[in-house]
Design a protein around this ligand. Structure first.
Ligand code: CA
Length: 485
């Protein structure tokens, strides 16, 4: 049994390893949804859409009620997940364009690199959105540095998002099916809706010419991600593996495959959730078929909160009320959406299943995706070099349900930097200002006011001052503004 031998060798070599036995070293599958909000899954209260596979996972695992993405939009959230560092510390980590160079310094410890060092085979399948190569990215050449330079042995990715160019798959460091006689040319001066922005009849951000044979099919994206994820698991089944499956669902453009159309009661956005759930089911079935489920740690979460978009097809095909949601609430009872510093921006579904170790249940611990790096390092006996992953805290016990408390403090970032939301236990501080109904700071007690409706700032000036001081201590000097397109 090569896996057993490998695991024993790893234990002997790592004297500080807290792992008790080879059988404790689980496979890790991190399922990372895009834009799925706190109220989008039936195991988190949705009633207009059914997500039986996610529900099955939650019923057999630990369901967190206060789990967070690190930011409320894609790129900074993913940057922090991978590096264990708040994105506001790194200039240029706002929402990335498709010609952004790699944002992660290959010399630093990153989540896949930590697990690679622990003897894992590591793979990423799906949405990347962390930059490739050097700015401006040349998709006709080798795309280095990229996922493989930060610790992934294998990569099958869409470079940015589905709503921006280029609209091609990348395998390891090359565009799939690229004809050298038809090179890819990208133009980010093109605005969404301009004639040049249409690819596969869908308006994108930026324009693409060339690369015709390499274009993805929007309605097959989830099928491809499921297939490549299952193929990775099959290939690596005899070793410990780490799969980061980052779905495109349910980001716009929402173009679910025909077999999912009309399968929810809340429009196309809901159908995309059903498609996401199917993708989850494919991976869980593969683990079952191979007999791997018992010792595989599955984390299911999302890169930011939910949002209704004005550029998706819901406007055309929606049913029920005018916004096409039929009363469905993407973020449940939470205030705010993707892109905000309210709870609806970062509090997301967060489920951990590991039948061999984790007892099914619910946890109210304050959790952040940024802490997976330090927690998985502890789980696999790895030491993160000093000064790297500076904001990642080891909350392995909370993650596995043996402790009911997680973080004490958490900064909630929107896009490129300040202003921030800030948590201290169940207390929440918001900046207020022109875009909020509060002119000044907002202070909310989430234990009794989950929807951040009753501002207690005037009643608790000392707490506001203390939280502001702590926030300033955590964030340090003034933060950079976003400088990406
Ligand atoms: Ca997102």
């Amino acid at each position: 049994m090569p896996r057993l031998l490998l695991s024993i060798a790893a234990l002997v070599g790592a004297s500080f390893a807290p792992v008790a036995s080879a059988a404790d070293k689980p496979n890790i599958v991190l399922i990372y949804a895009d834009d799925i909000g706190y109220g989008d899954l039936s195991c988190y209260g949705a009633t207009k859409v059914e997500t039986p596979n996610c529900d099955k996972l939650a019923a057999a695992g630990l369901k967190f009620t206060d789990g967070h993405s690190v930011a409320s939009v894609c790129t900074p959230s993913r940057y922090s997940l991978m590096t264990g560092e708040y994105a506001f510390r790194k200039k240029g980590t706002g929402i990335a364009s498709g010609v952004q160079g790699l944002l992660i310094d290959p010399d630093r410890a990153a989540l896949p690199g930590v697990l690679q060092k622990a003897g894992y085979r590591t793979g990423v399948v799906g949405k990347w959105h962390l930059g490739l190569g050097t700015t401006p990215t040349d998709y006709n050449a080798a795309l280095k540095p990229g996922p493989r330079e930060v610790g992934f042995d294998y990569a099958w990715i869409l470079p940015a998002t589905g709503d921006r160019v280029p609209c091609v798959w990348v395998e390891n460091d090359r565009v799939v099916n690229l004809d050298p006689k038809d090179p890819i040319k990208l133009d980010y001066a093109v605005k969404r809706g301009d004639k040049e922005s249409f690819v596969n009849d869908v308006p994108r951000i930026g324009g693409q010419t060339g690369g015709t044979a390499a274009l993805w099919k929007d309605d097959e994206m989830s099928l491809v991600i499921a297939e490549k994820s299952c193929a990775f698991i099959e290939k690596e089944k005899d070793k410990p593996f780490f799969l980061f499956m980052a779905t495109h669902n349910i980001h716009v453009p929402r173009v679910p495959n025909a077999k999912f159309k009309g399968k929810s009661d809340c429009g196309v956005r809901g159908d995309a959730i059903v498609e996401f759930d199917w993708t989850v089911g494919q991976v869980l079935d593969k683990l079952d078929t191979l007999g791997l489920a018992e010792n595989t740690l599955v984390v299911l979460t999302s890169d930011n909160g939910g949002v209704l978009d004005d550029n998706g097809p819901d406007k055309v095909n929606g049913i029920g009320d005018p916004d096409g949601t039929n009363g469905h609430k993407p973020n449940g009872a939470l205030r705010g959406t993707k892109g905000t510093v309210f709870e609806g921006g970062t509090r997301v579904p967060f489920v951990v299943r590991w039948p061999a170790k984790v007892k099914p249940g619910t946890s109210d611990a304050l959790m952040s995706q940024m802490d997976l790096l330090a927690s998985f390092a502890a789980l696999t006996g790895q030491r993160v070099p000093k000064g790297q992953a500076p904001d990642s805290e080891n909350h392995l016990e909370a993650l596995l349900g043996t402790k009911q408390t997680g973080r004490e403090f958490l900064v909630e970032q929107s896009n490129g930097g300040a202003p921030f939301g800030f948590r201290h236990g169940t207390w929440k501080l918001t900046p207020g200002g022109p875009k909020a109904k509060e002119a000044g700071p907002g202070l909310f007690d989430l234990a009794t006011d989950l929807g951040e409706a009753k501002n207690l700032a005037a009643a608790h000036p000392d707490r506001v001052a203390a939280m502001r001081a702590k926030l300033a201590e955590v964030t340090g000097p003034p933060v950079p503004k976003k400088d990406t397109k």
